[in-house]
Ligand binder design. Structure first.
Ligand code: KG4
Ligand code: ZN
Length: 339
């Protein structure tokens, strides 16, 4: 059978990325141009700055992706692109670019859901992985427990009612002036702290599968303010370790509970927070106690990249799901939503 070559574009937030894949799971190139340094001084992503920067970078990223993969544009079989969820201006840059490529090359266009891309990063990392399984999506904008029933078939079982897990990491880091993005910084500092030092609240929301992190966030902010008002020393490493433990414990317990309830023996992790060392450790520990395999992608495939979009789009493509030129950016696109 002839190889299928995918070109994928991702620009939903602050990384401009283009990847080339062979048969959906083999990455020939995955170029990621991050804008983190540009946004750092603002403490978060500035949408207008992100859009402008995508425009400036995208041609160069395409050239590099083709060169690294040793592929010419005429060898591409289809074009995949993230069309939501994300920042509308940022999404529109990648989407317009992908449409122009598809139109000029006369190749099919496949719009991809960014979160489904995060989940699909696991197919690239674990060549033997096949649905069905449970996945815990933990990123800067999303926290979901999802049953992956088949390629491209998802059922959301639980989700956050307020802040996303990555957002909580970023906000707490900001409150302590630790820098942006907060997740990796807290992860590092927590290694030197005592996770039992401060008893922050865990929200189990009556043991269902939804999450809530805003109460925890307020509790950490109150703790920090209280210490400042009393002029008492704040042990940053202990705050990081105790906060992280409160997030990780709830994420891990709910994910394992759902995997057991649905009788699966595979649980995958997806999204930027899937890089978190404490989360990986806790899940590995609970997984081995409960006979559940824990799978996660390499950190470079956990954070935003176009290879994951190409993998998700490949399965859409071979299932006959393509889009026409009327495809629009959909900032609030839901997992499993088509069209
Ligand atoms: O998936 P992602 O790259 O972007 C979104 O789609 O949102 O996730 C970015 C998020 C940020 O909130 C960042 O702080 C968090 O992932 N993150 C981490 C770690 N590395 C990245 N959170 C906790 N621990 C980490 N090691
Ligand atoms: Zn993402």
């Amino acid at each position: 059978m002839k190889d299928i070559i995918t070109l994928a574009v991702e620009s939903s937030c602050d990384e401009t990325s283009i990847a080339i894949l062979k048969n959906g799971r083999e990455v020939l190139s995955n170029i990621v141009s991050t804008q983190i340094d540009l946004h750092k001084k603002f403490g978060g992503v500035v949408p207008e700055v992100a859009s402008r920067n995508h425009i400036e970078n995208i041609d160069m990223v395409l050239d590099e992706a083709l060169k690294k993969a040793s592929i010419n544009l005429d060898e591409i079989d289809h074009i995949c692109v993230t069309y939501g969820p994300g920042l509308v201006g940022a999404l529109l840059v990648g989407l317009s670019y992908a449409k122009a490529l598809a139109f000029t090359l006369n190749k099919p266009l496949v719009g991809v859901n960014h979160i489904e891309g995060h989940i699909s990063a696991n197919y690239i990392e674990h060549k033997d992985l096949k649905p069905p399984f449970i996945t815990l999506v933990v990123s800067g904008g999303h926290t979901h427990l999802v049953e992956v029933k088949d390629y491209g078939k998802y059922e959301i079982i639980g989700q956050t009612r307020d802040d996303a897990s990555g957002e909580a990491f970023d906000k707490i880091a900001r409150a302590m002036n630790l820098g942006y993005p907060g997740g990796p910084i807290i992860d590092e500092l927590a290694k030197k702290g005592n996770k039992k030092a401060i008893d922050f609240p865990r929200a189990y929301l009556d043991d269902g599968y939804d999450f809530s992190f805003s109460g925890l966030k307020s509790s950490v902010l109150n703790y920090l303010n209280g210490k400042k008002m009393k002029n008492e020393e704040i042990i940053v490493e202990d705050v990081c370790a105790s906060f992280q433990e409160a997030v990780v414990e709830v994420l891990a317990n709910k994910a394992i509970k759902l995997t057991k309830e649905k009788n699966y023996n595979i649980l995958t992790l997806a999204g930027g927070v899937a890089c978190n060392n404490a989360l990986r450790e806790k899940l590995n520990e609970l997984g081995s106690k409960n006979n559940i395999q824990i799978r996660y992608p390499n950190p470079s495939l956990c954070t935003d990249n176009a290879a994951m979009i190409g993998c998700a789009g490949y399965y859409e493509f071979i299932n006959g799901n393509t889009h026409d030129m009327s495809l629009n950016a959909t900032p609030n696109l839901k997992i499993g939503q088509r069209g």
